[in-house]
Write a protein that binds this ligand. Sequence first.
Ligand SMILES: [Zn+2]
Length: 307
Amino acid sequence: MEEFVITEDFPRDQLEFDRRFKDEGACIDYLFKLRWPDGYSCSRCGSTSSWASARGLYVCKRCEYHQSVTAGTIFHATRKPLTMWFKAMWWFSTRKSGVNAVNLQQLLGLGSYKTAWQWLQKLRSCTVLTGRAKLSGAIEADEFYLGGECSGKRGRGAGHKCAVAVAVERKGKKLGRLRMEVIERCNADELIPFIENNVSSGSRVSTDGWGGYSSLSSKGYEHKQVIKSKSDEQDSVLPGVHLVISLFKRVILGTFQGRFDKKYLQRYLDEYVFRFNRRTTKTVGKRFWRIAQFAVVTPPWQGAAST
Ligand SMILES: [Zn+2]
């Protein structure tokens, strides 16, 4: 989806957002341009002439097929106004540490917590680019456990916890792009495919001494094992990836108050990675535009009722 080259069109700040998206028509126009950047075309007969009826419904002049600008998107069959959805996208994409379902319910005045929760799940499903470029250059990789009481010992007593693999680019003293993925367990069968799926071969991958990574050099990577000596300060080795892990844990503890659905942990990771990889974006509205772009090409979330 990176080849999605269309004119950048987004509100630069809250004021512009509020001015622009105050009614359904404005939201429908915006979605229309994202969905049909080259103009309307009937998905049944291909005709490009249509007339617009109410609520974003377009009727093909040739075959009379009715097509809604929201059909097949995350807004599919929604019973709520699009202005509300736009506000949700705005808050979701522009808040530094995200919003939780209680926040969103209050911000939008939604009657039900469940609706807010499902909306957030749908928005999270719009945070992953398919076909995104793999990380490259100098990489730090590690894993961590989330949930449960005891501090994580790999392989032992970790059954009730979720394991997460992490890789981040090092650009001198700065960090580049990030990837995070839920894994079954912290062994080579899980860690090596994670690296192969997310890091270009030939990259220099630094890890700790854990045996799960020991075959990296035979997979086309320049593998550097950083072994912590007893005198080393905590986090003095692999500081980049450890920083990212502690920031993520802070979001889980802060925004989500330590509560998250283990079943959906990958979505929380996706949301975090989306925000992290766009942390230097100067105009917050650009993140909103990204989410809206994905929203019109992301199918409705399976398993969710119409909200
Ligand atoms: Zn048609």
